[in-house]
Design a protein around this ligand. Structure first.
Ligand SMILES: *Cc1c(COP(=O)(O)O)cnc(C)c1O
Length: 429
């Protein structure tokens, strides 16, 4: 058994000063029935905890660390920037440079605005969609997570799925009455909602690569249908690319699928491990934001110099070094090896780009309700045995795994074999 003494001590201390001992619920390891490990250091593809254990990291800070931990380019950019001041509360050049970089990678984005989290990005994009259309309702999909703002916590996946919370307490029904929820992949349900509420629907909001309730890959035709019906009713299509942006392709899912949404939201990778979110899209819509337009949106630390520098260093490194090709190749290595290791086991492996998800059930789910409670329960054992083997997965059956550009092929092969062995052990009793 790996040593956890110091983590145990720290978690007791944490519980005395932080609610639940954590600053984000899934970090607590509740779903896998243990206390969380306190990390001390990250280096490349590895995490080191306070008890001296080393793990090959497939969580990658839930997605942002596409270049791994403490990448030299990012560290240099942040240190050099910090020495010149951590925040100005004014405009500065790196905001433009990062925005120009995003535009060059995502041709469907005319104008952007930076915020400090994915939650803020989606919240602001939805407000803009409502302001622009003059309509109140939005359609979201069951199992898609869009951050923790009140009206988006309906059937939202992520930590709510992990902790078995159908919808958050503290959200008045009045606040969610404009949130219409449809099942993923269900064109009829969306058509019915439009039929009923068409002229009141401001936007359809979707994770084009739903990755917060397992990895529930949708067909291109479903996304195309959403593009068509939103156009038909003159409402907006918002792609929440907080996970998929700069991950499944340089231009995110919009580019990968060749579908142009009206607005897009970003987070995670765009900040290179610092708190950044962004939303952007067509100029005609983005001009409606204050100060030009009547939709208010603001942030004391938005466009923060350190955060812009980290995001810029990340996207520049990926661009200059064919990062996305490397990621595809590394993912291929891992997925192929794991696929082989899982030979004839009743377990599923789904992946797109450098995102993967292992489900401990034979059928590949396309919707949250197709994920069996037994498979989620078996995950706790899988997670712990992986930890013992030096592999750090997300502490939840519903969260996906990420590969970075610095995951070594040998480590990926070894981890795949080990995970396969653990799964064979689970299914043989
Ligand atoms: C993580 C995530 C968010 C929320 O981002 P935060 O930075 O955690 O606020 C929103 N949408 C999607 C698709 C996400 O994966």
């Amino acid at each position: 058994m790996i040593k956890k003494d110091k983590s145990h001590q720290l978690f007791e201390r944490a519980a005395q000063c932080l609610s639940g001992g954590v600053n984000s619920p899934v970090r607590a390891f509740k779903a896998v029935g243990d206390i969380p490990l306190f990390m001390q250091r990250g280096e490349g593809a590895f995490l080191f905890d306070i008890d001296g254990n080393r793990f090959l990291d497939f969580c990658c800070s839930w997605g942002p660390l596409i270049l791994g931990h403490a990448h030299a380019d990012i560290v240099r950019a942040v240190v050099e920037t910090a020495a010149r001041g951590t925040s100005f509360g004014t405009v500065h050049e790196n905001e433009i440079r990062l925005a120009e970089m995003v535009k060059s990678l995502c041709p469907h984005i005319d104008l952007l605005r930076f915020v400090s989290s994915g939650t803020e990005a989606v919240m602001s994009a939805v407000r803009l969609a409502r302001g622009w259309t003059g309509r109140d309702k939005i359609i979201k999909f069951s199992g898609c997570y869009h951050g923790h703002s009140d009206y988006l916590l309906a059937s939202a996946g992520s930590g709510l799925a992990t902790l078995g919370i159908p919808a958050s307490a503290g959200v008045p029904a009045d606040f969610t009455k404009h949130t219409l929820v449809a099942p993923l992949g269900d064109t009829d349900a969306v058509a019915t909602l439009y039929h009923k509420y068409g002229s009141d629907i401001a936007a359809v909001l979707i994770e084009p690569v739903p990755a917060n309730n397992g990895l529930l890959l949708q067909s291109d035709s479903f996304l195309r249908f959403l593009r068509a019906i939103t156009e038909q009713y003159q409402s907006l299509l918002i792609f929440d690319e907080v996970i998929s942006g700069f991950r499944v392709a340089p231009g995110g899912a919009a580019a990968r699928f060749g579908i142009t949404p009206d607005l897009c939201t970003y987070g995670k990778v765009i900040g290179g491990g610092l708190p950044v979110g962004a939303f952007g899209g067509k100029a005609g819509i983005m001009h409606h934001l204050a100060p030009e337009g009547k939709v208010y949106q603001a942030g004391t630390l938005s466009g923060n110099p350190l955060a812009m520098a980290a995001g810029l260093a990340t996207l520049e490194h990926l661009t200059v070094n064919s990062g996305w090709d490397i990621l595809e190749k590394k993912s291929e290595v891992f997925v192929t090896a794991l696929g082989k290791a899982l030979n004839r086991q009743p377990a599923g492996l789904v992946s797109i780009g450098s995102i993967f998800w292992i489900s401990l059930q034979p059928e590949t789910p396309m919707r949250p309700d197709q994920i069996s409670p037994e498979s989620a329960a078996a995950y706790a054992r899988f997670f712990h045995e992986a930890l013992e083997a030096g592999v750090y997965l997300a502490p939840s059956a519903y969260e996906v795994g990420f590969i970075s550009t610095v995951h070594d092929d040998n480590d990926l092969n070894r981890a795949a074999n080990k995970l396969g062995e653990i799964i064979r052990g689970i299914f043989s009793g």
